[in-house]
Design a protein around this ligand. Sequence first.
Ligand code: FE
Ligand code: CA
Length: 524
Amino acid sequence: MAQSRITRRGVLEAATGLIAAKALPAWAAARGLQPFTLGVASGDPVPDGFVIWTRMAPEPLAPDGLGGLRAPVPVRWEIAADEGMSHIVQAGHVQADSRFAHSAHVEVAGLKPDRPYWYRFTAMGEQSPVGRARTAPAPGQQVDRLHFAFASCSNWERGYFSAYRHMAEEQPDLVMFLGDYIYEGSLDPALTPGLARRHQTPDPVDLAGYRLRFASYHTDPDLQALHAAAPSLMTWDDHEVENDYSNQWSEWPKTDPAAFLKRRAASYRAYYEHMPLRRRSIPRGPDMQVYDRFRWGELAEFHVLDGRQYRTAMQACPTADFRGGHQVGADCAERTDPRRSMLGWAQEAWLFDGLKRSKAPWTILAQDLLVAQGIAKAPATDAPTWRTDAWDGYASTRTRVLDAITASRAANPVFLSGDAHAFFVNDLKQRWGDPSSPVVAAEFLGTSVTSDGGVEASIRPVLDANPDIHLYEPRYRGYVSMTLSRARLDTRLQVVSDRADPKASVSTLMAYVVESGKPGAVPA
Ligand code: FE
Ligand code: CA
């Protein structure tokens, strides 16, 4: 309550011009506050540039969500050819203002392909940390090797982001965030003892609240180190807005879709404000495009998908009091109804068109949810059940996508996935569990950075019920590191020693390889 009152007062002050023109209030300057508390980031690398991002917030947790600032802040940005920032190749100014919470998104162009660059910002008499970005190879350029890593599900309260720190230390060419980058809901320490840390701000329902939640995550030093180390591609999952939502449908039937879309608009806007995204991603009300395509020279095409925003229907077979993810049996016809789409018809058409036109030797589909069928047996009857929240809940979408991959002959399709808080290595087939059905694509799911996984006893039942799932490992937190060449995709499942240890070490749990022309992963 207090939060929204302060927000309204903030808006009123801004509208009536009652605020001091000085960017940093005198009391803040006197306390030695500096604006770059949320780090720097780069994203969307193309052959001649990338986008660089920062957000000025001398007081990142100021309750109105505006980071302790009111007036517009002039920001200088610089791109250098060297880490020491002595050979500046481009520079300019932008104005950051309260409409976008004093975030700065600069779309840099005119750079040379396939090389690293360094960048920094200067504002309010302070310099930001230096970030490292890189341009993509030129179209058609032969590429020996692309090193990238992806992660999902970083719950602040469950632990420290050591996975992010170790990803940064790998100095990859590219990183991918595949959803649940923040968690909107806080855990109850009475029910979940042993939390590593607590969310520092109230659970978000409006723009000020989501700004605070995103900002608080961005104060994390490991998250900042990762963003400063490499450009990113990103999509989201549910927790950036609300657990298990589908398009305009909250998991709670009492939440009116119109009210839910207002909340979605607030969270999407805060997401834009905190991510290295281009102007084309600026949300319009509750709509914001994050699905996109990226080329990496002659080597690979990335299709980044959005599994949440465009669902044509709420989760299959909801109950009167719950619309979130749940298990349903074969009697739930909605689950396989071809009139339902998880990606939405426009995104499906866009994906199929891209697959048809792709000439890349590798086709990487990066997205937020488990694609493979994951049967669970009902405890009493042993009858198969499926979860409604992921691709199993929109099985016709999966069939259409696998059909489109087969028909287009898009080369070497590999899905990268999030959400499930376990490592999965799967074969994706047209006919599940049928040894004679050809493998269409491989899928790797990259466990969670910190979010809770599962216990050893859950492993055997999953593997026994699902012969196309080759690895299910819910006990470890971490990320996935990949090295792609023309001939093969080498994959390491990376695990951190202890999510509760801010200095956790990293090791490789398993390594897999996908060889060009042989769909599916095999242990390396
Ligand atoms: Fe998650
Ligand atoms: Ca999720």
